[in-house]
Write a protein that binds this ligand. Structure first.
Ligand code: NAD
Ligand code: TDX
Length: 334
């Protein structure tokens, strides 16, 4: 099996490559990645001799077409992925997430290659804190940010290519992922590395926004489950019943790191900040028999803290600039 992994030098993609080589050792992996600020060859260092790496843009048809033609499967992770960045400048989100997906879809249909599209629960908008329901595959799309709108648009392209051209595609919409090698701009790594640096964690707004956390290895295991056993043309929601509000996450990080759980700052809220995400993953569980391996968020978080403690050389070079950028737009409220 020859697999083309786009965005394989980023957080989830590089963990996917590692998981693939460990669990499916006969797979030939090619990574296509533009090495933006979010991607790094170092993320694949331990498996470099087993991966063919191509530096290039998913929106460049001349790069994409031959790589897709030489593959049995495309797993598309490449994206601009950070909501805060999409509020500062949406343009790369439109180009990479929409034009990039379009470019891959055209190549996949021309060469009749199986395609899996990695997407997010954010395409469904948000839920109220007291809403008893959760997102399902039938929830209407209602994205809030330029990031989630561009991901929603890319999902619609995939669905249209399935229906109009018979593309053999599946889609996964997963909840917030955490684990090793996540960029320090994201919530959990930002707070862990702040604590290591003696800075106070930064909580947006009232801190009551809820995210539904899943360990990156469980996310990637679900992607393989869908690729191997999912029905072509279908969408599967991926989640691990990990709803926690941001304030409780920050308090847990502080406590696991031996600090006072109240030692955090509240800062300016994110514009348009989605209140709550929650995934009902019953279809994936009952139809495909998938189960998450990380039993509790607390265990996964403790392991992730350990990884950032042991791999300071990985995040140190970008930490200061990331905090400096945040400091320009975020004021401490209390
Ligand atoms: P990331 O930002 O860590 O990595 C993205 C990777 O894509 C980087 O290696 C980057 O260099 C590459 N890339 C960006 N633009 C590119 C382009 N034009 N051409 C080629 N490569 C390009 O993102 P992530 O958190 O690993 O997310 C991966 C995918 O999973 C995204 O599609 C995202 O929408 C989706 N997703 C993420 C989460 C999450 O919590 N992080 C949850 C659900 C879905
Ligand atoms: O410093 C922070 N303080 C804070 O309170 C940061 C960076 C974030 N937050 C809040 C905002 C969110 O409510 O924490 C929550 C998580 O924030 P992010 O890590 O930026 O994730 P989110 O916006 O929820 O989106 C993530 O999950 C879905 C990924 O970045 C997306 O790529 C994915 O699609």
């Amino acid at each position: 099996m020859r697999v083309l992994v786009t965005g394989g030098a980023g957080f989830i993609g590089s963990n996917f490559v590692r998981c693939t080589l460990a669990t499916r050792p006969d797979t030939e992996v090619t990574v296509l990645d533009a090495l933006t600020y979010a991607g790094s060859r170092a993320n694949l260092a331990e498996v470099a001799d087993r991966v063919r790496f191509v530096e290039g843009d998913v929106a460049d048809a001349s790069v994409v077409a031959p790589l897709v033609a030489g593959s049995d499967l495309v797993v598309h992770f490449a994206a601009e992925s950070h909501n805060d960045n999409s509020l500062e400048d949406p343009s790369p989100f439109v180009r990479t997430n929409l034009v990039g997906t379009f470019t891959l879809l055209e190549a996949a249909r021309r060469h009749d290659v199986r395609y899996h599209h990695v997407s997010t629960d954010e395409v469904y908008g948000d839920l109220e804190l007291d809403d008893p329901t959760r997102f399902t595959e039938a929830t209407p799309y209602a994205p809030s940010s330029p990031y989630s709108a561009s991901k929603a648009g890319s999902d619609h392209l995939v669905r249209a290519w399935v229906r109009s051209f018979g593309l053999r595609a599946t889609i996964s919409n997963c909840s917030n992922s955490y684990g090793p090698r996540q960029h320090v701009e994201k919530f959990i790594p930002r707070q862990i590395t702040n604590v290591i640096d003696g800075l106070r964690p930064k909580l947006y707004g009232d801190g009551l926004n809820v995210r539904d956390w899943i360990h990156v290895d469980d996310h990637n295991d679900a992607v393989w489950t869908i690729v191997e056993r999912g029905r072509v043309g279908e969408t599967y929601l991926v989640g691990a019943d990990g709803e926690v509000n941001n304030r409780d996450v920050v308090r847990m990080v502080l406590e696991l790191m031996g600090r006072d759980p109240d030692d955090y700052d509240r800062v300016t809220d994110r514009a348009g900040h989605d209140r709550r995400y929650a995934i009902e993953a019953g279809k994936l569980r009952s139809e495909l028999g998938w189960r998450p391996r990380y039993e509790t968020f607390r265990d996964g978080l403790a392991a992730t803290i350990e990884w950032y403690r042991e791999n300071e050389a990985w995040w140190r070079p970008v930490k200061e600039a990331t905090e400096a950028r945040y400091a320009r737009s975020q004021q401490v409220l209390s």
